[in-house]
Design a binder for this molecule. Structure first.
Ligand code: ADP
Ligand code: MG
Length: 492
């Protein structure tokens, strides 16, 4: 339902055009220009230095860690790093902005053009251009719901470093937009430059949406501010596309404006008319010299980058012949990739077959159980070593795939070693001809009419006999052996 590129109106289809501005909070213990702490959830106004409160005479001093994080992110999105960049003042008046301006980068950002490759549900790939990434300060927060006629201000966030990552208007559907944000999030998490927690506001998206007739110039856009979940992102885009198409079909005009997404009603509402760059009276901050990077330092950072999701995916596909789908799921979140690769170390033998089995169990059974209990891999009751141990028992023929599901449930309760659980609950697979044959005889003797039917051509009954034998042996018989012995018996 997300993958809509064209919205139908009475006049025919309208194409969707989307550009995203993602604000990603930099992982850093201190703020962009002050030493104040950045811990989430601290009591209001306990992490505010004189610089953040804009006391007269205070001077900003750049935090090298934040610069390094911006460079890492730039390299992770295949972008040019600008050796010289400039900090500007973006002037506006608001109660949560004590200085009356935000220090940002305007004409000369630290990171220039880059791109992200996104993968869509049908398996196709698209490359989305990134215009720039710049560093800027976050503002404080106004709190309107704690006093009948006053607003409170919390400056803890004031001065925290943000990376604003701006895409080209090359996104064409809600599905592409959500894939883009997911991909960006998995990259910054992998790099350790932003935690990507949208519900805590560490990643927020401004969504620019317009519609046009195919091939026509871009239409006027509306900008939906501060969307803070992937689900809302898709909803906001659908709503906005339909709203704009309805206006245009009636001969109206789209206002260039800033809108808010109302998550409760699933609609967007006008917030204010769009301000233009000149409204902000940008000028270089006289307190800060241009930021000049040492190209050797940039190279060092490049060499120290971890393996990024795309590279990891390609490697998993090459080493274990995993499908593109499986590999994408495994690398989408850093925790998943870490869990999988940790488990690989415990597989005996480690080969394509066992790796594929592990991928199936992780994506299917583990994720299924986590979803049911609203848990994440971080709180997963089954460790990577124990999951691998379960695969080893299947591979060694100690248990069948079916009994393995039972062992997995027990493991989920206790996080015990598979071998221990199999012993304790007597789940070992029976591979003893005698025991299996005895049960085969019993089943065949109890069902003489069916045996007749089978012998006169009703071959489908074979499955029935297998099922009965397995049932008689509480699912513990080696299924291959049951098949083989039963066939021999019936062909006599
Ligand atoms: P501003 O700084 O005023 O927000 P920009 O020109 O920097 O404007 O663009 C901001 C975002 O809007 C970018 O992500 C860009 O891709 C997107 N954008 C620009 N024009 C359009 C359009 N006509 N429709 C949809 N998105 C657009
Ligand atoms: Mg904008």
């Amino acid at each position: 339902m997300d993958n809509i590129y064209f919205y139908e109106g009475p006049s025919g289809p309208w194409e969707l055009v989307i550009g995203l501005e993602v604000h990603a909070q930099v992982i850093s213990k201190a703020k962009l220009f002050s030493g104040a702490a950045t811990t989430f959830g601290a009591d209001p106004n306990t992490q505010v230095s004189f610089v953040d409160a804009a006391m007269p005479g205070m001077l900003p001093a750049i935090n090298e860690i934040c610069v390094e994080q911006a460079i890492r992110t730039g390299l992770g999105i295949n972008a040019e790093i600008n050796i010289i960049s400039v900090f500007d003042r973006k002037n506006y008046f608001y109660a949560d902005l004590p200085s009356g301006y935000q220090i940002s980068q305007y004409t000369r950002p630290i990171v220039g053009k880059g791109y992200l490759d996104i993968e869509l549900e049908d398996g196709s790939m698209r490359r989305i251009g990134i215009t720039r990434l710049h560093l800027e300060q976050d503002a404080g927060k106004s709190i309107h719901d704690q006093h009948p006629d006053k607003s409170y201000i919390d400056l803890n966030r004031s001065g925290v470093a943000l990376m604003e990552i701006v895409s080209e208007p090359e996104i064409r559907s809600a599905e592409e937009a959500t894939a883009y944000v997911r991909k960006l999030r998995s990259i910054v998490r992998c790099l350790g430059t932003c935690d990507g927690n949208m519900d805590q506001g560490s990643m927020r998206v401004d969504v620019n949406v317009s519609v046009r007739k195919a091939g026509a110039p871009f239409g006027t856009r509306a900008e939906i501010k501060n969307v803070n979940s992937i689900k809302f992102l898709a909803q906001a885009i659908h709503y906005e596309a339909e709203r704009q198409v309805a206006i245009l079909e009636e001969g109206g005009e789209i206002q260039q404006e800033t809108r808010l997404f109302d998550a409760v009603r699933g609609i967007t509402r006008s917030m204010r008319n769009k301000e233009h760059a000149h409204d902000y009276r940008y000028f270089p901050d006289p307190d800060l010299p241009p930021l000049v990077l040492d190209p050797k330092w940039v190279e060092e950072i490049r060499k120290g980058l971890p393996e990024l999701p795309d590279a990891k995916k390609a490697r998993l596909m090459a080493e274990y012949e995993l499908s593109s789908y499986d590999a994408s799921v495994l690398v989408a979140e850093t925790e998943t990739a870490v869990f999988f690769e940790e488990a690989l170390k415990y597989l005996h033998p480690l080969n394509k077959k066992t790796a594929k089995l592990l991928a199936n169990w992780l994506i299917g059974d583990v994720f299924g159980a986590l979803n049911r209990e609203s848990k994440t891999l971080e709180t997963c009751p089954v460790s990577s070593a124990h999951l691998a141990g379960l695969i080893n028992q299947i591979e060694a023929g100690v248990i069948s795939g079916k009994i393995a599901k039972e062992v997995f449930s027990l493991m989920w309760e206790t996080d015990c070693d598979a071998q221990v659980l199999i012993e304790r609950h007597g789940l070992k697979q029976v591979s003893d001809d005698g025991a299996i044959l005895a049960n085969i005889d019993k089943v065949l003797n109890e069902n003489p009419a069916m045996v007749e039917d089978y012998k006169s051509g009703k071959e489908k009954l074979f499955g029935f006999f297998v099922g009965q034998v397995m049932k008689a042996m509480q699912g513990k018989a080696n299924p291959e052996l049951v098949n083989q012995l039963l066939r021999e018996k019936l062909e006599k």
